[in-house]
Design a protein around this ligand. Structure first.
Ligand SMILES: NC(=O)c1ccc[n+]([C@@H]2O[C@H](COP(=O)([O-])OP(=O)(O)OC[C@H]3O[C@@H](n4cnc5c(N)ncnc54)[C@H](OP(=O)(O)O)[C@@H]3O)[C@@H](O)[C@H]2O)c1
Length: 335
């Protein structure tokens, strides 16, 4: 003690457009235990998530903007290196919101102890973590998915999307998956046994394509992307269908507000339900999810793929690459 902590900081807000590596900096500072912060943790895995993009602008959102020049936050898994708290000891594995850095000091209220199961530790940032929880709550609580229904999933080769596809498939649903590369299409079809997967970047007319591959239409659309894709999906919903608005990644870096949905008449005529949700509102609603997901993972009913960048210095690049679709499954940084 003291220890040098290396962290990622935002250099400036990014109101529109794709972030650049020069919008971030890697900084260091000396940290040490004190009476308030009496546990030292070294992160092992850092979660990289699209919602962080919203915190890089000054606009009002469900989480405040990151502070310029200070540590960015995010979910992480780490190992306790030193503790003066009787409930934590050296070697404990902990979950926190102190991502985007290697070392940090905190107190016991900031940490959740992880009792590792027979699955890779980083699963707690993927299917057993926030993205798995999002898939589960989105499908069951907001989507009200029923066995045998037909579901369309966008960004299906990513962390939330691939979990949604697999849960729905395991329920006996017909799953149609959209994703942005042939490699992701292959994974969805060959390994996850999804009924139909396509590369949206190769489709000229999405409405016609959806009609061709699924003439009966969709009971549920799990929307991770928003924009034109959402508008196309609305055309192909069944009467009384449901659309869960989980994300809007196609709009996150937009340089203009776009034209908005032009087919709200279909929402009325088909009596559709469109429901947005934020997973941070469901923190107290995890028990059933954790029980079910742990069981599915141990039974190999949910498979997990990850894209891993090494070292804190590569965190800005991992985030930009996530927004550009270079990940398959969960984007992670390994420290
Ligand atoms: N509501 C909530 O509480 C909540 C919680 C977690 C996540 N989310 C949202 O859920 C979505 C998925 O999150 P995730 O963590 O699982 O990320 P992810 O899907 O693993 O990664 C993001 C993916 O978005 C896709 N993408 C990027 N630009 C796109 C565009 N212009 N059009 C279509 N797709 C584009 C890329 O895949 P392609 O190769 O397919 O383009 C990229 O791999 C995001 O929208 C995120 O904001 C919401």
């Amino acid at each position: 003690m003291p220890v040098t902590s290396k962290f990622v900081a935002l250099k400036n807000y990014i109101p529109t457009g794709l972030p650049k590596e020069t919008d971030f900096e890697i900084k260091t500072k000396e940290i040490s235990l004190d009476t308030k912060n009496n546990i030292l943790v070294l992160n092992l895995w850092i979660s990289v998530d699209p919602y962080m993009r919203a915190r890089m602008t000054e606009r009002k959102n469900y989480k405040p903007p990151f502070n310029i020049g200070e540590e960015m936050e995010g979910y992480a898994l780490g190992i306790v290196k030193e503790s003066k708290d009787k409930n934590f000891k050296e070697g404990d594995i902990v979950f926190s919101n102190f991502g985007m850095r290697d070392y940090f000091v905190c107190n016991s209220n900031d940490l959740k102890k992880i009792e590792p199961m027979n699955i890779p530790l980083q699963t707690y940032l993927g299917p057993l973590g926030m993205t798995g929880h999002t898939a589960y709550i989105g499908l069951f609580k907001h989507g009200e998915l029923k066995p045998g229904q037909t579901i369309l999933v966008s960004s299906a080769g990513g962390s939330v999307g691939s979990t949604v596809c697999q849960i729905a498939k395991n329920m006996g649903c017909k799953v149609i998956a959209s994703t942005g590369s042939d490699e992701k299409v292959k994974w969805l079809k060959d390994d996850l046994k999804i009924d139909h997967a396509f590369n949206y970047k190769k489709i000229e007319n999405l409405v016609l394509h959806l009609k061709e591959i699924c003439p009966e239409g969709f009971d549920l659309y799990f929307d991770n992307v928003g924009g034109d894709f959402l508008e196309s999906a609305i055309y192909k919903m069944k009467n009384f269908g449901r659309i869960v608005i989980c994300g809007r990644i196609s709009q996150m870096n937009a340089t203009n507000p776009g034209s908005g949905l032009k087919n709200m008449a279909h929402v009325l005529v088909k009596r559709l339900t469109i429901k947005g949700f934020i997973i941070f509102d469901h923190e107290n609603d995890r028990e059933q999810f954790e029980t079910d997901m742990a069981k599915w993972l141990l039974e190999d009913k949910i498979k997990f793929k990850e894209t891993v960048y090494e070292g804190i210095e590569n965190t800005p690049k991992s985030f930009i690459d996530l927004l550009e679709g270079k990940n398959i499954g969960k984007m992670l940084v390994k420290i």
